[in-house]
Design a protein around this ligand. Structure first.
Ligand code: COA
Length: 405
């Protein structure tokens, strides 16, 4: 496409939709968020991953530990009207905001996350490739050597196509909560494993650009209209936690002064201990100022965490927690966040209990929520079993891709 141009967006300080003509930075950013929402709604067949422009802008700019910039591909409209945006690459660079004076300094991450989207009417013309090249070059310019990306793909039955994962194009989830299990004969007439793999544009795109599968994740959903399993676990397990010497505590939004240090400690361990497959891990140093900065950024993104934690009665310390992310403008869906239990307190059913009690909290605080989504590494047997007990059903795969620059 000869007329296509790629440029990095100047992000507006705030969106100003009321001024006419609309400031170009606002108009551009609105086009990017519309494209992002179009891509997720085409895959999921619903608006459960809708991100408002305001929240997306806050997500790109308000955090100290990750900054996102957008390269956009434009095509001219007729006459002297502004070019329209037909694709973007979002480049997110994690940063270590700096440890407190008494801690070891944590090195800056070497990773960058890139996410490319092209409007369906403009695909297979090299737009995605041009955007990816630009984002990769920028990542390298900024000293990053490991590029990572995640895609959404429909669930398939690996047994049907031999060993290893396969990826199928995602426009097939209009069946809602039923897992989409496709056999090769349903997806491609004469499918071998590679043919099936090619059915998913994003997986094919990643592979064509030298990205390798670094970790397999499942996306699962709990239907909150029928969350009987979670309620049962919450009811039957709370007494057992008390017998073991734990009190369960819950809150919404920011954590109390009393527990902030312990909470920062739990979040630091999450980064170090969650299974990462072959993904390059980013070391994170968490302290109370970082926790508070994260809480502030979440507020700016319209995101409220609902948290349940376990307090060890003998030490008075928090030893595990589970949180759910809710967005002010997304009544129907919520996302499972971190769940972590310190090693010396594992094996007592705390993880599943924390999750179940937190689901009850969610239902009390946000009764309109219909679906709770979670993402889990395929190798994370403990959490996958816990989710199954609570009634989560796998609905998609969320493979992670990685390339060394
Ligand atoms: C993935 C995506 C960005 C590709 O954009 P695009 O502009 O169509 O990509 P390109 O035209 O540059 O394709 C480059 C190569 O990727 C592979 N590819 C892309 N789409 C493919 C498809 N539908 N089937 C098979 N291979 C495909 C091919 O190797 C292609 O080269 P070729 O056209 O010479 O065969 C686009 O399909 C999209 O926006 N998907 C939804 C968003 C998404 O999932 N992004 C991935 C996260 S990074």
């Amino acid at each position: 496409m000869n007329t296509m141009r790629i440029k990095w967006l100047d992000l507006p300080d705030a969106l100003d939709q009321t001024r006419l003509p609309m400031p170009p930075t606002t108009a551009d950013f609105l086009q990017v968020t519309q494209l992002a929402n179009l891509v997720t709604s085409l895959f999921w067949g619903n608006n459960d991953f809708y991100v408002s422009p305001e929240n997306q802008l806050a997500g790109a700019t308000s955090r100290d530990d990750v900054r996102t910039s957008y390269a956009v591909a434009r095509e001219p409209l007729a006459g002297d009207r502004p070019d329209r945006i037909i694709g973007y690459a979002a480049l997110s660079l994690p940063w270590e905001p700096g440890a407190s004076a008494d801690a070891q300094p944590t090195p800056q991450p070497t990773t960058a996350e890139v996410n490319v989207a092209v409007h369906p009417d403009f695909r297979r013309r090299g737009v995605g490739s041009a955007l990816l090249r630009e984002a990769e070059a920028e990542a390298v310019r900024r000293g990053r050597t490991v590029l990572q990306s995640w895609t959404d793909n429909a669930l398939v039955d690996p047994a049907a196509v031999g060993s290893g994962p396969v990826f199928v194009s995602g426009t097939s989830l209009e069946t809602g909560l039923t897992p989409v299990v496709r056999t090769p004969s349903e997806s491609v007439p004469d499918a071998g494993r590679d043919r099936v793999r090619w059915q998913a544009p994003d997986a094919a795109f990643a592979a064509a650009h030298g990205y390798e599968l670094a970790q397999m994740e499942w996306t699962s959903v709990l239907d909150l209209r029928e969350a009987a399993g979670a309620a049962l676990v919450a009811e039957s397990g709370s007494g057992a936690a008390e017998e073991h010497g734990y009190d369960l505590v819950g809150w919404e939004g920011a954590c109390s002064e009393e527990d902030a240090g312990a909470m920062a400690g739990l979040l630091g361990r999450m980064a170090a201990e969650a299974p990462a497959g072959a993904l390059e891990r980013v070391a994170e140093h968490w302290d109370v100022p970082r926790l508070r900065a994260e809480e502030r950024a979440r507020r700016e993104m319209g995101l409220t965490n609902i948290t349940t934690a376990a307090r060890d009665r003998s030490s008075g310390q928090l030893v595990g927690h589970s949180d759910i992310e809710t967005f002010a403008d997304l009544p129907q869906a919520a996302y499972q966040g971190n769940t972590l239990v310190l090693p010396e307190h594992r094996g007592r059913g705390l993880a599943v209990l924390l999750k179940a009690v937190n689901v009850s909290q969610l239902l009390r605080l946000r009764p309109e929520t219909e679906r709770l989504y979670t993402w889990n590494a395929a190798e994370n047997g403990a959490i996958l079993r816990a989710n199954q007990e609570l009634g989560f059903v796998p609905v998609a795969t969320h493979p992670a891709w990685q390339k060394k620059a």
